[in-house]
Design a protein around this ligand. Structure first.
Ligand SMILES: [Zn+2]
Ligand SMILES: [Zn+2]
Length: 157
């Protein structure tokens, strides 16, 4: 029997650790108990060293605090190389973030907020010079609505 990625078994009568639905226990917790005589203390959990949650050999198990456990499962972030549209300096950003920005129609990226601001000033000035002030204002209102809508969407999912 499985619960998510973990294997559930019916433990021996004398098993004193947590049971689920009054009957089942996680096999890795039972293996830990049968090898050490100890159940998993509060605030700790049994981690699979090779990350294979079905590999419940005692040598693959270690007991660590829950906070340490969360850290041991953090995957390194994927990064994307970009070039600042203002100063042309290469820089890196979280790939997830880049995909999100592209998804909402942003295709210019900047190494810093200040360069984003400067680039915007330059664009606005050139529009004003061409007599397109009104167009620039409308464009800003439209794009800020778009991005706040998208942020609401992503936080609910
Ligand atoms: Zn783990
Ligand atoms: Zn820059």
């Amino acid at each position: 029997m499985k619960n998510g990625d973990y294997i559930l078994i019916v433990p021996p009568e004398e098993y004193s650790g947590k049971r689920y639905r009054g009957r089942y226990a996680y096999e890795h917790q039972v293996v830990w108990w049968s090898n050490t005589g100890m159940t998993v203390p509060d605030g700790y959990c049994v981690h699979h060293k090779n990350e294979d949650k079905h590999d419940n050999r005692f040598t693959n198990l270690e007991i660590i605090s829950i906070s340490q456990h969360a850290r041991s499962h953090v995957k390194p972030k994927e990064l994307t190389a970009l070039v600042c549209d203002y100063c042309k300096t290469p820089f890196i950003r979280d790939t997830k973030n880049v995909k999100f920005k592209k998804g909402i129609g942003q295709n210019r990226f900047y190494c810093s907020r200040s360069h984003m601001g400067k680039a915007q000033q330059v664009r606005n000035k050139s529009r004003v010079a061409q007599g397109y002030e009104q167009v620039a204002v409308n464009h800003c209102v439209g794009s800020s609505n778009l991005s706040s809508g998208a942020i609401t969407l992503s936080s609910s999912g």
